[in-house]
Design a protein around this ligand. Structure first.
Ligand SMILES: [Zn+2]
Length: 395
């Protein structure tokens, strides 16, 4: 009981509950207790942090991110991951999946091996021993190489592969326990076989960078696909006579949908359509951020290829959108503004919803006894004033 501290909050979104005038007791890297002040006894010796003029929500979970603060996660080094993690923590993101881009196979394999070691070390450290606490890398999200040439977006055409269990096995061997999510285009030959293989190895499977028809998508959902990868982007467009993958994702409650709510990737009206048809409980905010996030306009690299950022919008040399420069905290504010939904329900889209998809909702994305003490303190305009990563203050 030696390390207990008490955080007093004006309001707490757990995010399913709204607790005015609340207290969170933090014991080392875990939450010991949460509740209204009159119901939570604060130990006499506990230091008290007074945020009674603030809102406290769970730390944001970004399940689709490639880099930030000038560094790319495909570098696969401890140094690069720490730089990204520290940048994210300052924006309220307390955990993330390091996301690959389609690249030469040997390059992907060496990045994944590096990332897997970093993920295991972060898990063992229980709150981190690094000097500046950073967001926790939870695992690896494979974006490519089993995607559609037609809907590749910024992914380089030369390194796209046909679905292959043999290649998938090499990727999973390199990743070990860190492999969490894989993206595939379900219309490709043998895609459903590969989908089932990924599911049998415990991965969640996102449908994306895909030209699938409505029927092809439904068959993939029947086969166990869990979600849509950055819904609308990199997909066959919806029309009323050819609803395609977007039409299937919007109307099938068995899948969640990732959304890049940066105001650039998806128009606000299309965001409202997604929110209404799926319900916000099936919307997962992702940043899809690249190394240029948090950096000035200019030339950057995404995985192996050059990208150009102008006015905060990141594109390839051919002009395709190439990830975003957004941070998840900003997209939560955008989602509330675009949809008019309660801020509490939008917070869930960046916390509980991704945690639930990944099956870690007892530990991440919630403020509950026994969960990791990943917390974000927000001012009245919902800007981050403090972040705690596994109990350690970031700012
Ligand atoms: Zn991406």
């Amino acid at each position: 009981m030696k390390e207990i501290k008490a955080l007093l909050a004006g309001r707490i979104f757990t995010p399913t509950e709204d607790i005015p005038d609340g207290v969170i007791l933090i014991d080392g890297h875990r939450i010991l207790k949460v509740g209204p002040r009159e119901k939570v006894q604060i130990p006499k010796s506990a230091p008290v942090i007074d945020d009674r003029d603030r809102l406290v929500v769970p730390g944001f979970v970004d399940m689709h991110i490639h880099g930030a603060g000038g560094r790319d996660l495909m570098e696969g080094t401890a140094d690069a991951v720490a730089a990204v993690a520290q940048f994210l923590a300052r924006h309220g993101i307390t955990s993330f999946l390091a996301t690959t881009v389609t690249a030469r196979l040997d390059r992907t394999l060496s990045a994944v091996e590096g990332l897997a070691k970093i993920v295991s070390a972060a898990e063992r450290s229980q709150g981190g021993s690094e000097k500046a606490p950073g967001a926790q890398p939870l695992g690896i999200h494979f974006e490519g190489p089993f995607i559609s040439q037609v809907r590749r977006g910024a992914q380089p055409a030369a390194h796209i592969r046909k679905p292959s269990i043999e290649i998938a096995e090499r990727l999973l061997d390199a990743a070990g326990n860190s492999a969490k999510v894989a993206v595939l285009a379900p219309e490709l030959p043998r895609a459903l076989e590969l989908l089932k293989f990924f599911r049998s190895r415990g991965l969640r499977v996102g449908l994306g960078h895909s030209d699938a028809t409505f029927d092809e998508t439904v068959r993939a959902i029947d086969a166990g696909a869990t979600h849509a990868t950055h819904c609308y982007n990199g997909m066959r467009p919806f029309t009323h006579r050819d609803p395609g993958i977007v039409g299937a994702v919007l109307t099938d409650d068995r899948v969640s949908a990732e959304l890049i709510a940066d105001g650039v990737h998806v128009e606000p009206a299309a965001v409202r359509l997604l929110a209404r048809s799926k319900g916000l409980e099936r919307v997962i905010l992702v940043s899809d951020a690249v190394s240029a996030a948090g950096m000035p306009d200019g030339k950057y690299r995404l995985g192996g290829f050059p990208v150009l950022v102008t006015g905060g919008v990141c594109r390839t040399e051919e002009g395709a959108l190439a990830g975003s420069t957004a941070t998840l905290d900003a997209t939560v504010r955008n989602l509330a503004a675009f949809t008019g939904a309660s801020f509490q329900s939008c917070v869930a889209c960046a916390t509980l919803n991704p945690a639930r998809l990944l099956g870690i909702e007892k530990q991440k994305g919630v403020i509950a006894a026994g969960a990791d003490a990943d917390l974000v303190v927000l001012d009245k305009n919902h800007y981050v004033t403090q972040t705690y990563v596994r109990g350690r203050a970031v700012l």
